[in-house]
Write a protein that binds this ligand. Structure first.
Ligand code: PBG
Length: 330
């Protein structure tokens, strides 16, 4: 590609008016790009604020169904459910994770029964149910891989039974995608999709999320023996290749904005459906600054999401999903 020298080339010609800018815009954001993460709690008619995530609430199942209905009406194709589990239900063996009637499974069923035309994604990891806050089974201070995978498979099957469309293993154990895929095939869930949290980093940007699901207090130590080192990039490519080879339909990079280089490489090297998770800490930074008048909240919301599209992502999990979709509708 060659560009003529100035003044044959003047880039500003195509930036002069909004219609001209729109004409040559390389990427666009639509509600179809969004997955809306939602927190579910016990009770009926209950909603409570998450202080470190202004504007985000935990909703009881009945209100969650209404939120899903609104999302579908706004053209958002998927929601992702995260349960706030009562501390009394958290154990070392994490049995509540595969209880067919746990909060997450009840929420999925309620959305299915309401007949809402939206894809429902669930999180496959033990942390909401684990007495020590880890994503895997812990014995003598060690997070056990293969025992965790067995537990995760049981959990995944119950989520499929409840009617989940997309399973989102966020645990970062080795071999879990293959184990889940063969169990799903064996049990007749041939069409359940897996969006692997393939490149998930041991990030400090998850702090507000752990408040939202009530895992902050429980967590002992850190997640560095299973989540990725933020200094690594080639390893992310190997993880994506591995998860695809085991049967993942889609892959995710998490967090989002600090890892756009990873998003671009994944899309470029594999060309598969690639998603980014704009995580709780990213949301908190933007919302927190906007609420203080330090940033233009609407502008940074759109700019941050445009960055994911530019990097090649097919979609974004974002707590801004409903706000964005409402703005796009107007
Ligand atoms: C749990 C899980 C986490 C997030 C999604 N699933 C937290 C963690 O790994 O500690 C983070 C999401 C966010 O920060 O918005 N496995």
């Amino acid at each position: 590609m060659t560009q003529g020298p100035f003044p044959a080339t003047r880039f500003r010609r195509l930036r002069r008016t909004e219609p001209l800018r729109r004409l040559v815009r390389e990427t666009t954001l639509s509600p179809a790009d969004l997955i809306w993460p939602l927190f579910v709690r016990d009770g009926e008619g209950e909603r409570d604020a998450v202080p470190s995530m202004p504007g985000v609430e935990r909703l009881s199942v009945d209100l969650l169904v209404e939120a899903a209905r609104e999302a579908a009406g706004l053209g958002i194709p998927a929601i992702c459910i995260f349960p706030y589990t009562d501390a009394a239900l958290k154990t070392e063996a994490c049995e509540e994770a595969w209880n067919p009637d746990n909060l997450s499974n009840r929420a999925v069923r309620a959305i299915r029964e309401a007949g809402i035309d939206i894809a429902v994604m669930t999180d496959v990891a033990l942390d909401p149910y684990n007495a020590n806050g880890h994503d895997g089974i812990v014995r003598d201070g060690v997070i056990l891989n293969d025992e965790s995978v067995e537990a995760l498979v049981r959990m995944a099957l119950e989520q499929a039974r409840a009617g989940a469309d997309i399973l989102g293993p966020s645990d970062m154990m080795d071999g879990r995608i293959g184990a889940m895929r063969s169990a799903l095939e064996a049990e007749g869930f041939r069409d359940v999709t897996i969006m692997s949290y393939a490149a998930k980093y041991a990030s400090a940007f998850y702090g507000p999320f752990r408040d939202a699901v009530g895992a902050s207090g429980a967590l002992t130590g850190d997640k560095k023996t299973y989540q990725m080192d933020p200094a690594n990039a080639d390893e992310a490519m190997r993880l994506v290749a591995r998860d695809l080879s085991e049967g993942a339909d889609m892959v995710m990079v998490k967090p989002g904005m600090p890892y756009l280089d990873i998003c671009a490489r994944v899309k470029g090297e594999f060309g598969v459906p690639t998603f980014a998770y704009q995580v709780s800490g990213e949301y908190a930074m933007l919302r927190g600054a906007a609420d203080r008048g330090w940033l233009d909240g609407e502008a940074v919301m759109f700019e941050s999401l445009a960055a994911f599209k530019r990097a090649g992502c097919d979609g974004i999990l974002t707590y801004f999903a409903r706000d964005v979709a409402r703005h796009l509708q107007n």
